[in-house]
Design a protein. Structure first.
Lengths: 114, 104
């Protein structure tokens, strides 16, 4: 089964704890993205990576961190510094290193921090 | 600065009526624009892109560089078109989305 996967589907954490969201793709795509989806605000870009071992901040990177050690994997860590972490998080990938082209999305992870 | 604006958060039409979802953008250079759709309990997926100039599920969108718009249109809406629609520039710039409801 090809595509882009995110795990887990639902995640619960206590305030003050860091949490890592998984994103894996077997599409051989160079570029990967993390978005936050909030009602009424659409998708907001957190981080993106166009090649292995390189990533760039998006519009709302504060309180988040990422790594891109493998082409297939782009985990997102929501740190305790993120002031409003409860949200739906979407991972995506696209062909090529330029950042252009269609994006393929994972099913998302809903994070709840209490 | 790159920006995508979808002025309508909610849009409701009756089945068989025409529908137009508005999208305006700001971008320096030649933009690459997309419409994505998210049906209930499904993943966000590509509906169409301006480069291909296709008609997907009866939807079309024309890039108007003079008006910096990329509105999505369908002449006769169907109930199964009810979904969340996002306009996007390449590289990860999305609009806030429009929720379309097609009533029977």
């Amino acid at each position: 089964d090809g595509g882009i996967t995110q795990s887990p589907k639902y995640l619960f954490r206590k305030e003050g704890q860091n949490v890592t969201l998984s994103c894996e793709q077997n599409l051989n795509h160079d570029a990967m993205y993390w978005y936050r989806q909030d009602p009424g605000q659409g998708l907001r870009l957190i981080y993106y990576s166009q090649i292995v071992n390189d990533f760039q901040k998006g519009d709302i990177a504060e309180g988040y961190s990422v790594s891109r050690e493998k082409k297939e994997s782009f985990p997102l860590t929501v740190t305790s510094a993120q002031k409003n972490p409860t949200a739906f998080y979407l991972c995506a990938s696209s062909i090529g290193t330029s950042g252009s082209g269609e994006q393929y999305f994972g099913p998302g992870t809903r994070l709840t921090v209490t | 600065a790159q920006r995508v604006t979808q002025p309508e958060k909610l849009l409701s039409v009756f089945k068989g009526a025409p529908v137009e979802l508005k999208c305006n953008y700001s971008y320096s250079g030649s933009p690459e624009l997309f419409w994505y759709v998210q049906y209930s309990r499904q993943r966000l997926q590509l509906l169409l892109r301006h480069i291909s100039r296709e008609s997907i599920k009866g939807f079309t969108a024309d890039l108007n560089k003079g008006e910096t718009s990329f509105h999505l249109k369908k002449p006769f809406a169907q109930e199964e078109d009810s979904a969340m629609y996002y306009c996007a520039l390449s590289g990860g710039r999305f609009g806030a989305g429009t929720r379309l409801t097609v009533k029977p």
